[in-house]
Design a protein around this ligand. Structure first.
Ligand SMILES: C[S@@+](CC[C@H](N)C(=O)[O-])C[C@H]1O[C@@H](n2cnc3c(N)ncnc32)[C@H](O)[C@@H]1O
Length: 375
């Protein structure tokens, strides 16, 4: 049974008697696993596929099962508008919203899609199955991209996309343990075959390590206080138990500002469980190396940690590691691999209104130089 704890933190006393939702005011009972159910409770409007009139239909599997609105879809299609042939890589396939739109816009390209979440992959497989042999999907973590490209006989890439972070179903399906709003065992694994889960991170990390995770992965101001409170309250088994400890550890005045008080702690622990920041540099560097001349890499980031890493890896490829003063000609011989592509960096106001999960998105794009040598 999943308990919905939205906004409980606003109450002065935290109680364990929060009502469990079973049915809707109209009398219908719906699955707690459905993203639509989550939105109906929260009063959010359907994010559906409203952002592009010609967005893809879902395949055999119903969209209700994996509802994730692709962020900045029109901007992504614009970035890749020059695609003609070759292979496109989607390193974070998710519900295949971006993937299907890119494939439909470019009927001559082939496609390799990666996701570490088996559920996302199964949905994407079904959705993209009408596209037949153009599509190859792999269950993999994206830092294994070189291996995946080798296995799929992909010698170079015509374009690549990373849409980082979590998908809506990962957050909305309470039992996956990503959400501080829905009671479930502490889990947060994107790849459910992985052994490390939030249960171990929360219950077995030292206080110092917990504080470091909170600071480095989520810029949490109250990292030390929260880490201490977690250690004193252990063992913690569920999302709600963790959220309650975090809420109590944060000063009352701060609790009322800046969204749910447990949001940053959950983000930080999720990043730790899935090694999100650790695997990103390897994956981005591997993909930059595989880009064909003229090919583009687009990265959508959702928090400062992943944006910093993306910016730094792209910057390194832009300079080739050259640190010669800008006002002097280069003497070190290091050469640029890519150029930065100027594009709108954040979702439009309209998209942010329609899809509140898009608000933190930031788009960065680079293009491999024609010759691969410095300009
Ligand atoms: C924001 S969603 C992508 C949504 C997708 N663009 C769409 O249109 O539906 C991010 C996806 O990336 C996957 N993911 C995150 N980190 C990953 C990694 N290191 N390796 C492979 N997949 C990853 C997640 O499991 C999730 O399904």
């Amino acid at each position: 049974m999943i308990r919905d704890v939205r906004n409980e933190f606003l109450h002065a006393t935290i109680t364990s008697k929060t009502p469990v939702f079973g049915s809707f005011p109209d009398g219908t009972v719906r699955s707690f696993n459905s993203a639509r159910c989550h939105r109906a409770h929260s009063g959010e409007k359907s994010r559906g596929h409203m952002l592009s009139g010609k967005l893809p239909r879902a395949g055999v599997v119903s969209n209700n099962m994996f509802e994730h609105a692709p962020v900045m879809l029109n901007e992504i299609l614009e970035v890749f508008s020059g695609l003609t042939t070759g292979t496109f890589l989607d390193a974070t396939l998710g519900g295949a919203g971006h993937a299907q739109a890119v494939l439909e816009a470019h009927p001559d390209i082939k496609f390799v899609g990666i996701d570490r979440d088996q559920q996302a992959l199964a949905f994407a497989q079904s959705r993209l199955s009408p596209l037949g042999e153009r599509v190859t999907l792999r269950h993999a973590r994206f830092d294994r991209v070189a291996e995946v490209l080798e296995q799929t006989n992909t010698h170079s890439l015509a374009g690549a996309l990373f849409d980082l972070g979590v998908s809506s179903p990962q957050l909305d399906q309470g039992e996956r343990g990503f959400s501080y709003r829905l009671e479930a065992p502490l889990d947060m694994r994107m790849d459910q075959s992985q052994s490390l889960s939030a249960l171990q991170v929360v219950n077995e990390s030292s206080m110092e390590h917990l504080a470091q995770i909170l600071r480095e992965n989520a810029d949490e101001r109250f990292a030390g206080r929260i880490a201490k409170a977690i250690v004193l309250a252990r063992p913690l088994n569920t999302t709600v138990e963790l959220a309650e400890v975090v809420i109590a550890a944060i000063p009352a005045a701060a609790r009322r500002r800046g969204g749910h008080p447990a949001k940053r702690t959950f983000q930080a622990i999720r990043i730790e469980v899935n090694h999100e920041l650790a695997v990103l540099p390897v994956a981005l560097s591997g993909v930059i190396t595989a880009l064909a001349p003229g090919a583009r890499l687009a990265v959508l980031t959702y928090h400062s940690g992943e944006d910093r890493i993306t910016k730094s890896i792209m910057r390194q490829a832009e300079t080739g590691g050259c640190t010669c003063p800008a006002n002097l000609s280069c003497v070190c011989g290091r050469q640029a691999l890519v150029r930065r592509v100027r594009t709108s960096k954040t979702p439009s106001d309209a998209e942010q209104t329609l899809n509140r999960r898009s608000t933190a998105a930031r788009l960065r794009v680079i293009e491999r130089l024609e010759t691969g040598i410095g300009s």
